[in-house]
Design a binder for this molecule. Sequence first.
Ligand code: ATP
Ligand code: MG
Length: 458
Amino acid sequence: MAKILIADDDPTILSLLNKILISKGYEVKLAEHGGVAEKLLKTEQFDLLISDIKMEPVDGMQLLKKTRQLRPHVGAIMLTAYATVATAVEAMKEGAFDYIPKPFKIDELLATVKRALDYQKSLSEQISGTGHIEAKKYFGNIVAESDQMVNVCEMIKRVAPTKTTIMITGESGTGKELVAEAVHSFSARSDGPFIPVNCAALPETLIESELFGHVKGAFTGANAEKEGLFEASKNGTLFLDEINSIPHNLQSKLLRAIQNKKIRKVGGTEEFDVDVRILAASNRNLETMVKEGSFREDLFYRLSVITIDIPPLKTRPEDILPLAQHFIALEMEGGEFPSMDNAVLSILQNYTWPGNVRELQNVIQHCLTFLSDGKITKETLPSKLIVSYEENPGAQNAALTGEFEKGKSLKAFLRAKEKEYLKTVIDTMGGDKAAAAKELDISLATLYRKLPEEAQNE
Ligand SMILES: Nc1ncnc2c1ncn2[C@@H]1O[C@H](COP(=O)(O)OP(=O)(O)OP(=O)(O)O)[C@@H](O)[C@H]1O
Ligand SMILES: [Mg+2]
């Protein structure tokens, strides 16, 4: 059973907590101020610290800092009077799991204790070098833990074997090319080539001949006949990335190539058949471009028979740890996995990831380059993450507020609300997930999938 250290200068609270927690089977040690608690922390192992903030002579904040240094794997819950909620937020910034305003309800306290312990447990299982678990992966290399990414992968499975053209949308670095590759590899064309082409990188004058090829003498410098990318992708998949950069005058030719599966080389007279599946991605909203008149409507509809939208990383924090582990595994050539402390995870989950998964991959590379004593610690992170964390430690909870926030989709908001409600129901059912699922009228499996990580290990 878990061992809990309680620090409070109020003897009635100490004895009350002592009684409650012992009755629930926890092992408990008491300290009448921070100094006593610190001594105990040095000599004994604990799983959790519950500490008052206002104490003399060593207060709760000092104790929390000490605990993070001495025993980074010990979770902390801070007790605070209503008047000092600002300090409590400060405490969360220092790595406390949660705070409980005084006076508190016993049920609430017990639920928070349980969540904190579950959270610590799942963290230490997932993070410790030996407990490095394989991230859930689809198609061999797509990490998907969040419902949103699982849905994306289910969608890929469903549409990959068909012949349809697919439009893949998502912010920069969300994994559009990875999804395109998965569609290809899960289709009947997987033995054929997969050719990604960034339309924005091709000079406008060359784009037509790059895509469709040219005959000898078609233009100055065309000294020999050349095969285009369409032809090169024969019996395979052509991924037209940043398709929004295709000049307007070429769009009709592209439409024809997709619709009739026929192309004509630049300067050529004959049309010939090519059997290519087209996948496309755009970094601009094509519908807007259609309205503006810069993108052909017929081509737009032809391309987006099916759309797969990859949500930004900040709306799916459940994917951060498994992705981080995935990237660590990719970088490490055998040997022991570096451990990652809780503070790092909080910072990673708090960050808004404008560069999405690619940025996370870069951050992990950065950390691995600057490992401290074989570990990924706060000090090994790029400073922009620390700065953003210090400026806005509660960013990860921002989705919960009903306030308008740029980039917060309805989905993200509803998902955050959903999580909150799940937590409440599970707590009300005394942690009995089967009962909670029944109450919520969903299957137990669905409940587990939707569960916030900290409530998962029970
Ligand atoms: N779910 C995921 N699982 C594993 N790796 C991922 C995942 N999503 C993205 N990546 C990795 O992140 C990096 C960026 O992904 P990718 O190049 O596919 O993004 P993109 O959306 O095409 O970006 P851009 O808009 O900049 O072209 C790649 O190294 C890719 O392998
Ligand atoms: Mg890309």
